[in-house]
Design a protein around this ligand. Structure first.
Ligand code: HEC
Length: 197
């Protein structure tokens, strides 16, 4: 009997406290009520929009340093698929990779896999599908003329990179098949083929 009474008093007390906390938290609409984990509201780290005296301009969010490339950046994005984009790429885009045996060897393999069936293993415009006589031969890298003017052997880094990315007439775009680094390796190797006789 005594035990039952004690239990009743206890549960009445708990209910009273719970009811009081519910009622009191309704009073002030702006109050967040009982906060158990302050760190979830005020993290130790700075929020991007918070003032920050550690930086000269007093802001937390800083601009990335000049020349920073976002993940997935493709330099060709600055040069549209137009003749002007092609000429601008020719002027400003330079191969960022070091010209060494390793890059050249990888460029050669990529060229053989992705380009030689049309352009031929030596870039003379006599690939396997040309031999079937169902596809017109692309101009030779060393002796042909570009349909956009000038000699194929004078094509610059930027022009070749632009062409691989966007394609040209019958040549399809290779943007989704080859990432920028792979394209630059191929550009390096195409320069070798331009020197052949
Ligand atoms: C389906 C066949 C085909 C494939 C594959 C192909 N090309 Fe071509 N390519 C052509 C043809 C055809 C032309 C000539 C287009 C024109 O001038 O109308 C050409 C033109 C070019 C040019 C000259 C661009 C200019 O400005 O005149 C370059 C450089 C070139 N290709 C490089 C490549 C490279 C590098 C690859 C591999 C990543 C490749 N091509 C894959 C068919 C192909």
């Amino acid at each position: 009997m005594l035990v039952m009474n004690k239990l009743r008093i206890l549960s009445a007390a708990v209910l009273a406290v719970a009811a009081a906390s519910v009622v009191s938290s309704c009073g002030d609409k702006k109050s967040p009520g009982l906060e158990f984990a302050r760190n979830m509201y005020d993290p130790i780290a700075y929020n991007p929009d918070q003032p920050n005296k550690n930086f000269a301009n007093g802001q937390t969010a800083q601009l990335p340093p000049a020349g920073t490339m976002p993940v997935g950046y493709d330099p060709v994005d600055e040069y549209p698929n137009t003749n002007e984009g092609y000429e601008a790429a020719s002027e400003h885009l330079k191969n960022p990779l070091l010209r060494n045996q390793e890059n050249l060897a990888q460029g050669r393999i990529l060229f053989q896999n992705m380009c030689s069936h049309c352009h031929g293993t030596e870039g003379k415009g006599d690939g396997q599908i040309i031999k079937l006589e169902k596809f017109p031969p692309p101009p030779s890298y060393s002796t042909g003329n570009s349909s956009r003017g000038g000699l194929m052997k004078d094509l610059t880094d930027g022009k070749i990179f632009h062409t691989i990315t966007y394609g040209l007439n019958l040549m399809g775009p290779h943007r989704t098949q080859l990432n920028p680094t792979e394209r630059w390796k191929i550009v390096m190797y195409v320069h070798e083929l331009q020197k052949l006789q």
